[in-house]
Design a protein around this ligand. Structure first.
Ligand SMILES: Cc1cc2nc3c(=O)[nH]c(=O)nc-3n(C[C@H](O)[C@H](O)[C@H](O)COP(=O)(O)OP(=O)(O)OC[C@H]3O[C@@H](n4cnc5c(N)ncnc54)[C@H](O)[C@@H]3O)c2cc1C
Length: 456
């Protein structure tokens, strides 16, 4: 009796030997996350080049009971795309070769792209067309459209254009039994049953492998102005953000770096100090439009020391003080990254309380706060803690729940936060999640341990 094929042989027959990676050195970058906190082992990395190859790999894994960790750009921050915990020893399925980039549908203002297309490649592809993509985030050179759909990524333009969920008009995906669902017509009005695309957005690779997406585009205005302002307190910064949202049409971003964050970035990258004054909050606001800057934009920020830029180089220079925060923090040590959201009414009180809560749970740890102020989303980063010590994570997430917030604003639950899902979701909701998981991934092979602990 011939012995059954090994996973390597089976995958090589599907995708070709060149795209089955077993060498430890080559696998290494697929096995560790961006922070370096989560590192596991995957005996095989498979790189399919088409939806049919993805379907064949998933079908084989479902029959053999082999777990799969889908991976795009591997910039995720909740250990969802690396083979750790319940997914230790799983196959990593890299979707980066799915680089389909269709022409823009100019009439509809839409585009169909493959899951492996990076955000930067999509942005370059549509540049100059008068259209833009509505979601933008710092790791644009690596993050893929598939990963962004799977995490329902947010980023810096959410207050203007919404999260990924608001951009996705349809998906093509491979479900846990290997079947392909495809709905890429891009009809804006299409009430023909369950919204499978909506279900897959934010499902973090647990319900299906996204292979292609139909996306809406937004107008690309010719003019932009960025202001970086020193605001004395978090409460005042929240009020400023709200006033900007209320009075400035075309407001594109309101971001913030808190406490000593501005000094941290400035020192880490030897930048010229951005503001003459020290303040609790460095608030970055961007307006985008066609024609004169709305007076309200300058009026609302008039009382604060600030720097402004309307040319591309100047704007990019100001954005660095915000976008380079994660890298500045990573230079201190392996960070614990907690991405949370609380109601704006308690955001200042939460920001005030969180460093003491961290210090109590992990003496000597340092707390860094920054985020997307316009929508109440703070990134709580902690340095000076052992990567395996969850105590400060749990303390912060419990504080978030006390303040009526969500333990994940935009990064997802992944494996890093699965133990605390119950802080943000009721038992009835979690039971519904498990039922959906069982229906779309009956063999339980898609990203085990992500969102839901244990078997569905
Ligand atoms: C410096 C930095 C800044 C960031 N800023 C932001 C931000 O502003 N806003 C924000 O929302 N996020 C941010 N992130 C997090 C991250 O960039 C996003 O979550 C992004 O969407 C991940 O895309 P990716 O291709 O790297 O996905 P990966 O990291 O490869 O995967 C993320 C998750 O999606 C699953 N997955 C990946 N591809 C697929 C697919 N094709 N089908 C099904 N499942 C899949 C993985 O299994 C995993 O669970 C940031 C990360 C870094 C490092």
């Amino acid at each position: 009796v011939p012995s059954p094929p090994t996973p390597e042989d089976a995958f090589a027959a599907i995708v070709g030997g060149d795209h089955v990676l077993t060498d430890a050195d080559i696998r290494a970058s697929y096995e560790v996350d961006w922070t370096g906190r989560f590192c596991g082992r995957a005996p095989v990395v498979v790189r399919p080049g088409s939806v049919d190859e993805v379907a064949a790999v998933v079908t084989w894994c479902a029959a053999a009971g082999v777990a799969i960790v889908p991976q795009g750009g591997n910039t995720g921050l909740v250990a969802g795309g690396v083979p750790v915990g319940e997914a230790s020893g799983a196959v990593v399925l890299s979707l980066r070769r799915l680089e389909r980039l269709d022409p823009i549908d100019e009439l509809a203002g839409q585009i169909t792209v493959g899951a492996g297309v990076t955000l930067a490649a999509l942005q370059q592809h549509v540049a100059g067309s008068g259209w833009a993509f509505g979601v933008d985030l710092a790791p644009r050179d690596s993050a893929t459209v598939g990963g962004m759909v799977a995490t329902n990524a947010g980023g810096i333009r959410v207050l203007h254009h919404g999260t990924m969920r608001a951009q996705v008009l349809g998906v093509e995906a491979v479900l846990g039994d290997g079947s392909v669902v495809r709905h890429l017509d891009g009809l804006v009005k299409d009430n023909t049953g369950y919204d499978l695309a909506g279900l897959l957005v934010g499902s973090e690779g647990t319900l299906g492998i996204v292979t292609a997406v139909r996306l809406r585009l937004v107008p690309d205005p010719p003019d932009r102005v960025v202001v970086l302002a020193a605001v004395p307190t978090v409460a005042e910064a929240v009020a400023v953000a709200t006033e900007l949202r209320r009075t400035v049409p075309g407001l594109d971003a309101v971001e913030a770096v808190l406490n000593d964050g501005l000094a941290l970035v400035t020192d880490a990258f030897d930048l010229t100090p951005a503001l003459a004054t020290e303040a609790d909050v460095a608030l970055l606001a961007e307006w985008a439009g066609d024609g004169p800057l709305p007076e309200a934009f300058a009026d609302v920020l008039a009382d604060y020391p600030s720097s402004a830029a309307d040319d591309a180089a100047g704007r990019a220079r100001l954005w660095r003080y915000r976008e380079w925060m994660p890298d500045a923090i990573a230079r201190i040590g392996v960070p614990h990254k907690l991405d949370v959201t609380v109601p704006l009414s308690v955001l200042a009180a939460f920001a005030d309380a969180v460093p003491a809560v961290v210090a109590a749970a992990a003496p000597g740890a340092r707390t860094h706060l920054f985020g997307h102020l316009g929508d109440g989303n703070l990134h709580v980063n902690i340095t000076g803690v052992d990567p395996d010590d969850d105590a400060p994570d749990e303390a912060v997430l419990r504080l978030v729940a006390e303040y009526g917030g969500s333990i994940s604003a935009e990064h997802g639950i992944g494996r890093a936060k699965a133990a605390w899902l119950g802080l943000s979701r009721s038992p009835a909701e979690i039971a519904a999640f498990r039922a959906i998981k069982r229906a779309l991934d009956p063999a339980g092979i898609l990203n085990p341990g992500v969102i839901l602990e244990g078997r569905a």
